[in-house]
Design a protein around this ligand. Structure first.
Ligand code: GDP
Length: 463
């Protein structure tokens, strides 16, 4: 991908709307836009000062070669480096017609711009040092956010908190390393370098900072990525009612006819602060209906990949053979299993049985919502660290960031150990350098082209 040419794309979603915005970025942005947009007051776009918006007409070329005005609108000029991408940028707002927007885009391409690839504006912002990689990932999450907590976490991340924390740890490590090298290079001189104990102390401080950062991924995963959650149980215990209660609307069909949920329904929903990637499954039971059987097989596979399972039981009746099969099947599950004893608005005679068989049980009524607070409290306790504030703290939000933090941590712990057992101080240098490399990967200062491409490919065109 070239990075020195000028790109253009429609930044608003495709469709009919009041206004559409096109973005043009690169060294030629202003010159290219001057061929398509003419200010009404006779000024030239290139004469405008920083971040000035101006009213004018859009022009396109007809098939016979004549230039015609196709719309009136606004252009805003951003001069490098004071723009989103760090390059000269022009944002053009025309009316939001589908054909009209395509016509303006085609005119920009004809005037010399290249159609931007997915995420290319943000990628340029990253490469021009306008934002770190974690901040760019947060921006992607902000566009995808489906819950308020996800949105708050993503917005905080775009401010570069993870980058700031990485920088703090990186600089502390660099100071220790400089001191070790000073000792190796000039062993006879007193360069006021650190004693072995002081090095251990300084590196242990960095280990603690990294541990605290890595620990935030628990919450970051629960909010940003979401917990794969399965609702299971035999037919008619209230699975669909619980699903609807969590998603806040009648998404699943609730009836007292067995086997109404035949496929796996899925949806992203908030449960307190936690995001659930929620799957409502067909009730697990023996059936001769081939369609229902496919649903049951899918339910089993979904359960194997789950991190959280809500096993729903009807508390008003004694557990039967099917309930017992589920109880047994869940005893060795790798997921966190919560036994939901449902229909608590009626007399729940079998609650003692489920409490004896599961570590986590919640008595609730999916019908009237009583007991949901307890379910929320339990899930938040299991999947987040309470002291973390997603609006304020540096929080790791994906497996890539977490992997880099853990790799830095392993190297640093190794460095501390080698100093503690009395190995020569230079032995720990390699470990400290590896830790610094991993931290640079985390915030994107040194990261492979492959990873960068993968991250920005997730974005839409125009972002
Ligand atoms: P599913 O087959 O497990 O998905 O169960 P549904 O959610 O379709 O519910 C089966 C029946 O139980 C329906 O008639 C619901 O109205 C009823 N039901 C579900 N939850 C409750 C509850 O908490 N209390 C009472 N009294 N009835 C419930």
């Amino acid at each position: 991908m070239r990075l020195d040419d000028t790109i253009a794309a429609v930044s608003t979603p495709r469709g009919k709307g009041g206004v559409a915005m096109l973005r043009v970025s690169g060294a030629e942005a202003v010159q290219i836009c001057e061929k398509v947009f003419v200010p009404k007051n006779g000024k030239k776009l290139s004469d405008l000062s920083v971040r000035t918006a101006i009213y004018g007409a859009f022009f396109a070329t007809e098939p016979d070669g004549s230039r015609v005005s196709v719309d009136d609108g606004i252009a805003t000029v951003f001069h490098s480096p004071a723009s989103f991408t760090g390059e000269d940028t022009v944002e053009l707002c025309c009316h939001g017609g589908i054909l009209l927007t395509e016509t303006v885009l085609s005119a920009l391409i004809a005037a010399g711009a290249r159609l931007a690839e997915a995420g290319e504006f943000t990628r340029r912002a990253f490469l021009n040092g306008k934002m770190g990689l974690s901040a760019a990932e947060a921006l992607g999450n902000l566009l995808e956010a489906q819950t308020h907590e996800q949105m708050a976490l993503a917005h905080a991340g775009t401010g570069g908190r993870v980058e700031a924390k990485c920088r703090e740890i990186y600089e502390a490590l660099r100071d220790v390393l400089a001191s070790i090298y000073a000792r190796i290079d000039y062993p006879d001189e007193d360069l006021a370098d650190l004693s072995r104990e002081e090095m251990i102390d300084a590196l242990s401080g960095c280990v603690r900072m990294l541990e605290a950062l890595a620990a935030t991924y628990r919450t970051g995963h629960a909010v940003a990525e979401g917990i794969a959650t399965v609702i299971c149980g035999k037919p008619n215990v209230g699975k669909s009612s619980l699903y609807n209660r969590i998603v806040g609307r009648e998404a699943a069909i609730v009836t007292d006819v067995k086997g109404t949920t035949r496929d796996v329904l899925s949806e992203t929903a908030a449960l307190g602060r936690v995001t659930l990637r929620l799957y409502d499954t067909a009730g697990l039971h023996e059936t001769s209906d081939p369609v229902e059987q496919i649903g049951i097989d899918r339910a089993r596979r979904t359960m194997e990949d789950a991190e959280l399972i809500f096993a729903v039981f009807d508390g008003t009746v004694e557990p039967d053979e099917e309930d017992l099969t589920l109880v047994n099947a869940l005893q060795n599950s790798a997921a966190t299993v919560v036994a939901v004893i449902n229909k608590a608005d009626l007399n729940c005679q079998s609650k003692a049985f489920y409490r004896a068989h599961f570590t986590h049980t919640v008595l609730l009524s999916a019908q009237n919502g009583n007991g949901m607070d307890e379910l929320i409290r339990l899930v938040e306790e299991q999947f987040t660290a309470g002291e973390i504030d997603v609006r304020r703290d540096a929080v790791l939000t994906n497996a890539r960031q977490n992997g880099a933090a853990l790799s830095a941590l392993t190297s640093l712990r190794h460095a501390v150990e080698s100093l503690e057992v009395g190995l020569p101080t230079d032995v720990c240098c390699t470990d400290v350098e590896q830790a610094m490399e991993a931290i640079s990967e985390l915030d994107g200062r040194a990261v492979s082209e492959d990873i960068v491409s993968q991250i920005f490919a997730r974005f839409c065109v125009g972002k």
